[in-house]
Write a protein that binds this ligand. Structure first.
Ligand SMILES: O=C(CO)[C@@H](O)[C@@H](O)COP(=O)(O)O
Length: 241
């Protein structure tokens, strides 16, 4: 039996449903093969997050087999899904939530083009307006780190500190994205793959043309503060830059 109050229980149920549902977006946008990616979501109002179980087919993911963890990555025993092993990236997601309080969602994939940049250890330069809009500049590379402990999380947090980008390419591994909500982090995962592909193809065909810094700043400011609807969570919960 769980020991949370009714408000937290409602919030946990919402996040379970959202995180389970959002995994379908990873397959919809072709960001994963087999089970090579994961999404988590912070539970508002509690030191908890929800993450998927390890190695389970996306078709089988459901609110009741999502796994509830504390911010140290410990599974909350006695809750639905607790009998399953959590995602192998649980320690990474937990580290991000502990150290980036503004983050409400984390996504990891091995999407092809973004991972190809990661395999070269090369940042994606900001040469298209969509990158300026969404990421406010280049997409940085984080250090090579082995899965299983805090190393990847530390690399993500240190690389994103003082950076506008909500995506980091962990060297030799793949992209991790953060957002104000799980959906916001999924959007960044979709966008990072799109821009990784476009910039790769552009460079194959000829030299890249940089965008002046003032234009990048103006594009980012507009997209983050004017584009879309005012109710977007990414508008109301900004990352400090
Ligand atoms: O990157 C890796 C393994 O290298 C993992 O993120 C990926 O295989 C997904 O693992 P999980 O099914 O979430 O445990």
């Amino acid at each position: 039996m769980s020991t949370f109050g009714p408000q937290v229980e409602v919030a946990v149920a919402r996040v379970r449903a959202e995180v389970a549902r959002l995994h379908a977006e990873l397959t919809r946008y072709g960001l994963v093969v087999w089970t090579g990616g994961n999404i988590s979501g912070r539970v508002p109002g509690a030191d908890l997050f929800v993450i998927k179980p390890s190695g389970i087919s996306y078709d089988e993911l459901a609110p009741e087999n999502m796994i509830l963890c504390d911010l140290d990555g410990n599974v909350i025993e006695g809750t639905p899904g607790a009998a399953l092993s959590p995602s192998s990236d649980t320690a990474t997601h937990a580290y991000v939530y502990r150290n980036m309080p503004e983050v409400g969602g984390v996504v990891h994939t091995h999407s092809t083009y973004a991972t190809a940049w990661a395999a070269r250890g090369e940042a994606i330069p900001c040469v298209i307006t969509a990158m300026a809009d969404e990421f406010g500049g280049s997409i940085p590379v984080g250090p090579f780190a082995i899965i299983g402990d805090d190393s990847i999380g530390r690399g993500i947090v240190e690389t994103l500190a003082g950076h506008r980008s909500r995506a980091v390419l962990m060297q030799n591994h793949g992209p991790f994205t953060v957002g104000a909500s799980p959906k916001d982090a999924v959007k960044a995962a979709v966008m990072v793959e799109d821009v990784a592909r476009t910039v790769h193809l552009a460079r194959e065909a000829g030299p890249l043309v940089p965008i002046p810094q003032e234009a990048i700043d103006a594009l980012h400011e507009r997209y983050q503060n004017v584009y879309g609807q005012v109710t977007e969570p990414s508008r109301t919960a900004k990352r400090p830059t």
